[in-house]
Design a protein around this ligand. Structure first.
Ligand code: 6PG
Length: 249
C-alpha cells in the first residue's frame, strides 16, 4: 500500500505520536503560509484523539488562532444530531480550544439543500486554501479513518463519487446506509500535503490485511487504496488492527 505504516502497542501511544505530527505540521504550515488548514475525520476512532488534543497542558493560543478546521466528510443531519461529525468534533475538541469561530467550517447545514451545501463548501475551499497546479485546494493535513468495508471519509465501495476526478467535494447517497453524505473526493485528499489514516481495533485487522495484500487496482472494492497523496501519507495503526499484516506490507 502507499505511504508509511506506524504501528503502536495501544491507542494512547498512537494518539501521542499523531499529536506530535499534528503539532509539527501545524507549526510548519503557519510558518510557511500563515495558517494550518486541517480536515477532520469522523467516526469513533478519532474522537478520543480530539479529546487528547483539547487536553494539552500548555495551550498554544497563537497556533489555534491560525488553525482552520474543515471536515473530510459529513452526514447530512442537523449539526446538533448525534450522528453529525461536526457535533462529535465540537464536543471533543472545537469547543475546548481557542479556535476563532470563523475558522471552523462545518460541511453541512440544514439551512441549505445537499447540493447547495456541496457548492458552498467547494467555494469555501477554493477561497480559503492554497491551490495546486490543477487548481485543487491543498490541505496541510487530512485525517481519515477506515471502515470495515474499506471506505474512507464517505467514499464507499461501488459508489459514483469514487470516479469524481475534478471536484474537491461531492455528495453521495449511500444505499446501504439509506442516507446522504457529503465528502472530500480523491482529488482533494490526494492534493493534501499530509494525510494521516487512523485504523485501530481488532475489527479492522482482516480488512486491513486484505487491503494491504490486494492488487492495487481494486479501488471499487477497497476505496482507501486510492488514497495516494502527492504529499506524505502515514498510516497510524495499533497492534490490534495491524497484527495480520505481513512484515513486507
Ligand atoms: C464517518 C467517517 C468514516 C469513518 C470510518 C471509520 O463519517 O463515519 O468519516 O469514514 O472514518 O467509518 O469509523 P470508526 O472510526 O468509527 O471505525
Amino acid at each position: 500500500m502507499n505511504g508509511s505504516s506506524h504501528i503502536f502497542e495501544n491507542i494512547d501511544a498512537l494518539y501521542a505520536a499523531l499529536e506530535k505530527q499534528w503539532q509539527l505540521i501545524a507549526h510548519a504550515a503557519i510558518a510557511d503560509h500563515g495558517a494550518f488548514h486541517v480536515a477532520l475525520a469522523g467516526g469513533s476512532t478519532p474522537r478520543n484523539f480530539y479529546k487528547k488534543l483539547a487536553q494539552q497542558l500548555v495551550v498554544d493560543e497563537r497556533c489555534w488562532h491560525k488553525t482552520h478546521i474543515y471536515f473530510g466528510d459529513e452526514r447530512c443531519v442537523p449539526q446538533d444530531h448525534s450522528d453529525s461529525n461536526y457535533h462529535m468534533a465540537k464536543e471533543a475538541l472545537l469547543s475546548a480550544v481557542p479556535l476563532l469561530p470563523e475558522h471552523v467550517h462545518a460541511m453541512f447545514s440544514t439551512d441549505f439543500s445537499v447540493e447547495q451545501n456541496v457548492a458552498r463548501y467547494e467555494s469555501l475551499l477554493h477561497d480559503a486554501l492554497p491551490q495546486d497546479v490543477n487548481g485543487c485546494p491543498v490541505f496541510d493535513l487530512v485525517l481519515l479513518g477506515m471502515g470495515e468495508d474499506g471506505h474512507t471519509a464517505s467514499l464507499f465501495p461501488d459508489t459514483e463519487i469514487l470516479h469524481e476526478l475534478i471536484k474537491p467535494v461531492a455528495a453521495q447517497f449511500v444505499q446501504k446506509l439509506d442516507a446522504w453524505r457529503i465528502s472530500l473526493t480523491f482529488p482533494a485528499i490526494n492534493a493534501a500535503n499530509h494525510v494521516a489514516i487512523l485504523v485501530a481495533g481488532d475489527a479492522k485487522a482482516k480488512i486491513l490485511a486484505d487491503i494491504f495484500s490486494a492488487e492495487k487496482n481494486m479501488v471499487a472494492r477497497y476505496p482507501i487504496q486510492q488514497v495516494d497523496p502527492t504529499g506524505q501519507l502515514d498510516w497510524y495503526l495499533d497492534i490490534a488492527a495491524a497484527h495480520l499484516l505481513n512484515s513486507q506490507d
